[in-house]
Design a protein around this ligand. Sequence first.
Ligand SMILES: Cc1cc2nc3c(=O)[nH]c(=O)nc-3n(C[C@H](O)[C@H](O)[C@H](O)COP(=O)(O)OP(=O)(O)OC[C@H]3O[C@@H](n4cnc5c(N)ncnc54)[C@H](O)[C@@H]3O)c2cc1C
Length: 558
Amino acid sequence: MLEHDVVVVGAGLAGMQAALHAARQGVSVAILTKVHPVRSHSNAAQGGINAAMEEDDPWEDHAYDTVKGSDYLGDQDAIEVLCSEAPETIIELEHMGVIFNRGSRGQIDLRAFGGQARKRTCYVSDITGQVLLHVIYEQLMKAGTTVYEEWFVTSLVRQNDAVCGVIAMDLCTGELQLIKAKAVILCTGGSGRVYEPSSNALICTGDGYAQAYRVGAPLMDMEMVQYHPTTLPGNGALMTEGARGEGAYLINADGERFMKRYAPNMMELASRDVVSRAEQTEINEGRDINGCVLLDVRHLDRNTILQKLSQIRELGLEYEGVDIIEEPCPVRPGMHYMMGGIKTDIEGATFVKGLYAAGESACVSVHGGNRLGANSLLDTLVFGKRAGTSAVLYADSIDSPDIPDSRLQEDQEHINGILAQDRDSGERAAALRLTMGETMHRHVGVFRTHNGLVEAQAIVANLKERFRNVRVDDRGKIFNTDLLFALEVGLMLDVAEAIVAGALFRTESRGAHYRTDYPERNDDDWLKHTLVFHGDSGPRLETLPVTITQWQPARRTY
Ligand SMILES: Cc1cc2nc3c(=O)[nH]c(=O)nc-3n(C[C@H](O)[C@H](O)[C@H](O)COP(=O)(O)OP(=O)(O)OC[C@H]3O[C@@H](n4cnc5c(N)ncnc54)[C@H](O)[C@@H]3O)c2cc1C
């Protein structure tokens, strides 16, 4: 049995930041990740990270834009922490070695992002996440943290009322290990692959949501699923909002900048939920080009595109055969981000003792009903640090837990059952995932209805039943990715169940959750969070009040 004071699951920005700040306090910290740390999905973040860096930009203005962007569902105490700690976070990154783009006075340059009254996004070309991830990884190496690289956590260990370790598989050998810990921090990222298509990589399977849910930690606001306005139709790849920040237009089949009818002040830089709904309306009403609208940067200076948007130029060329310097590129709304997640307080603590969460897997909640672009990287770093620090305080206050070896057997038997499943009659995990993903996109996407959600609920329940007979073709031990994928699909089905439950429960429209049968925001009944608890006979729903500090809910226009 392995043992550490604090175990962090996930080595994206949130996980590495949590591990780094825990390790700096001198305790034994380990970080587990199913892929090499710098292959974590934070790597894909293109556009940047928000902070009020200018003297005439008080952090309260950033907080107000975030509150408004959240459609007043974000908890304002958490948003105050996020935005007030943002500038020092950027400076800390810079001191670690992040080479932010510079402006003409040598200051950190800022670009415009959606839903914000002014430029506030620090960036490194359109590879911001990649640079941040590599720089923080260097710091993690320097801190001497133990890294279990290419280890897959199959479940959390809960004894009595506290989480006290994880069961994990070393993917290289296929062996399961019990890793004891006084505190566990889940930083497992989002769950894009619950949808098909998605801008998220194949590794974004929401494992942590399901694992926390299964040990009794509630998931909050799971119905709040962000559709990004500019994803490629072929494979869901993202064309950064930074393009619109640099001045790109969105046009329909008539060549019209249609956003003037939906958000006359902010146009293409309205918040993502607003732009995605506008695009989907254009598409549904026939002003589309093969199910898409067009992202047009032809009027921008060629050097701006080559220097600041080089990665999306490559994506356009590679996947759509379009050179954005010469032609507009087809785009459409695509599943991108989970505003909801494992409910935590502002120190990263969940409802279950010993269990912490940060980053996209957590819901603190700073994004509420709609996340502002470039607020997620900030969320991972601000709350990753807090989770790492508070997990150590908790770990210091308790004795080492005692866990029977039999706990490992439960996971081993589950895996043995999958490996032993009949190859001819068993269900293929890929088929189950595809049905789930397409169902979620059809019924739990930009527009939702009661009937569609009920249908999605029935399909997900049926898939869960069919999953009992899931089979794998590879029965080997070494890097059995067939088995890994089957285990991920089992977890994803729980995430889908929680998203649909939240969407059915919230009978109003707010942020990214738009019910055509309840088209208005209803503050009287729904200025509150939804909580989904795991129950033996299905999800159990409760609500929590929203924390309001300085900004009273108001009508939201852009
Ligand atoms: C294409 C794209 C562009 C984006 N651009 C921006 C941007 O410009 N600005 C911004 O603010 N946000 C952006 N975002 C959002 C942002 O990148 C993510 O929300 C954020 O990086 C998530 O970081 P994280 O640390 O929470 O998770 P991740 O970086 O996804 O890391 C998750 C970690 O968990 C590990 N893991 C998961 N499950 C297990 C398991 N069972 N066992 C072991 N390890 C596990 C993974 O291996 C990985 O190390 C973008 C998102 C996408 C998809």
